[in-house]
Design a protein around this ligand. Structure first.
Ligand code: ZN
Length: 137
């Protein structure tokens, strides 16, 4: 793992949350993106080399909607950048962690991602992410 790439925050309503984080971070949201496969609308902020990803459910009973129903708004996941996502998935599987997807899947912000089950990580949902390159599109 290279570094914390971003922190994902579940929000009820994206436009209002964007305004709050623009004020908080004193920087403009640089990208919004709908990720159909995850049923989320996302918004990204960058501070230094770390990003904040706001996540709003794009459908009524999506995973983010369910998360907010159970726990309220707040930190949803921590994403670590990795150099080789498949190698890191193999390593973590060998260490006994449970992967929520067996093959890397396309995520927001031009990334390939894999999530780890929070049961094995002290309740924190962990995302591995790697920049998508031409060859692995
Ligand atoms: Zn994320």
């Amino acid at each position: 793992m290279l570094k914390v790439e971003h922190i994902g925050i579940a929000v009820k309503e994206l436009p209002g949350a964007i305004r709050i984080f623009e004020k908080l971070l004193n920087t403009k949201c640089y990208k919004t993106e709908n990720v159909e496969t995850e049923q989320v609308n996302t918004a990204f902020f960058q501070k230094g080399t770390t990003k904040i990803e706001l996540l709003e459910s794009s459908i009524n009973d999506g995973v983010i909607a369910k998360f907010i129903e159970k726990k309220g708004e707040g930190i949803h996941h921590i994403a670590f950048e990795v150099a080789d996502i498949e190698a890191e998935m193999e390593r973590l599987k060998g260490e006994g962690f449970i992967l929520l997807n067996e093959i890397p899947k396309p995520g927001a912000d031009n990334k390939l991602v894999c999530f780890l089950h929070p049961k094995e990580t002290n309740g924190v949902l962990i995302e591995l992410c790697m920049e998508r390159k031409e060859c692995n599109l």
